[in-house]
Ligand binder design. Structure first.
Ligand SMILES: NC(=O)C1=CN([C@@H]2O[C@H](COP(=O)(O)OP(=O)(O)OC[C@H]3O[C@@H](n4cnc5c(N)ncnc54)[C@H](O)[C@@H]3O)[C@@H](O)[C@H]2O)C=CC1
Ligand SMILES: O=C(CO)COP(=O)(O)O
Length: 307
């Protein structure tokens, strides 16, 4: 049995997609919000506001990355021993870990996996074809999850490179904010392409330094999601950048994972001496430490180097 915890945009869309083929329980802490959503649920989906009723052994965790640690701590006894699949993208500010690292840190001994890759919740909910990465260090467990969670239109690829999948999804949000800033400020498509490419280089550099395989970063959870998020106004991270770049107010109510992750990753990279110029600039810009003009000048005046 499968449960999705978190009835926001992504959790609801996953419950809808999986619920078209098999039974799912969807739990949310604020189901009033869900009932206002335009998405209608298939019959296979049972909605519950009582977490104690959720008896599934496979549990998808679909809340923002910065909320995951507290949620796991609050619900540790009830979640221990289940297969936990993180469905969020980010690096925890306090622990400096991706979502599976957070699961392992709060619930040692629990199987942790991550479902990530290029997919807008609205596309999944509409039943449009989507391909994602399912990463689990235990390949036999990963194989089982891959089969249990794939559907006719939700195609899961499998890897054991958990760190690579975690960091691809987390870091692309930061680069998407930068891409939005570039477009919002009218700096042009050429500048965005340059920034995506150099941003991707620093994603790979950072992820490899933490044990990820480069090929994971070139896959769906890295390059794939980078392309989607840096080029579509459906992305909240991209839209956040658009607002910053064009001097408009940002949407404070939106889940914009790249903001906290930019700070978390900048601090981690500084500690180990890895150059992350785009990520560090996004952290400085979103925190108001530099102006856009200073950021562009700084990035363009870095010493000339080999590609
Ligand atoms: N929306 C999308 O298209 C996609 C989102 N994601 C990822 O999914 C994660 C969640 O994003 P969305 O669902 O889009 O955000 P959302 O803002 O639509 O929903 C977040 C949900 O988490 C719940 N929540 C927040 N803090 C909580 C806590 N402490 N305990 C329990 N529930 C809590 C909220 O009540 C809300 O229902 C993010 O990491 C995002 O990057 C991944 C792929 C696609
Ligand atoms: O992760 C996503 C698409 O894969 C969703 O992007 P946003 O969180 O920027 O909306």
């Amino acid at each position: 049995m499968i449960a999705v915890l978190g009835a926001g945009a992504f959790g609801t869309s996953l419950a809808v997609a999986i619920g078209r083929e098999r039974p799912v329980t969807l739990w949310g802490r604020n189901l009033k919000h869900r009932s206002q959503s335009a998405v209608s649920l298939p019959e296979n989906v049972t909605v519950s506001a009582e977490i104690g009723d959720v008896g599934a052994d496979t549990v998808l965790l679909a809340m923002p990355a910065q909320a995951l640690r507290g949620f796991l701590q609050d619900n540790a006894p009830r979640l221990a021993g289940r297969k936990l699949v993180a469905c969020c993208k980010g690096v925890d500010l306090r622990l400096g870990l991706g979502p599976v690292g957070v699961i392992r840190s709060v619930l040692p001994g629990t199987t942790g996996a991550i479902l990530t890759g290029p997919s807008f919740a609205a596309d999944i909910a509409r039943g449009l074809p989507t391909a994602l990465t399912l990463a689990c260090a235990d390949d036999a467990e990963g194989l089982r999850l891959q089969h249990d969670l794939s559907t006719a239109v939700l195609r899961l690829y499998r890897t054991t490179d958990v760190v690579g999948a975690e960091l691809g999804g987390a870091l692309k949000n930061v680069i998407a904010i930068a891409a939005g800033i570039v477009i919002g400020a009218g700096l042009g498509d050429s500048a965005r392409a340059a920034l995506m490419t150099r941003g991707f280089a620093e994603m790979v550099r950072f992820a490899e330094s933490r044990g990820a395989r480069g090929e994971t970063l070139t896959g769906l959870s890295g390059f794939g999601d980078l392309v989607l998020t840096c080029t579509s106004p459906q992305s909240r991270n991209f839209r956040h950048g658009l607002a910053l770049g064009s001097g408009q107010p940002v949407d404070e109510s939106a889940t914009v994972e790249g903001v906290a992750t930019a700070r978390a990753v900048t601090d981690l990279a500084e500690r180990v001496g890895i150059a992350m110029p785009v990520t560090a600039m996004v952290a400085a810009l979103t925190e108001g430490h530099v102006t856009l003009a200073e950021a562009v000048r700084t990035l363009m005046s870095r010493p000339l180097k080999q590609e």
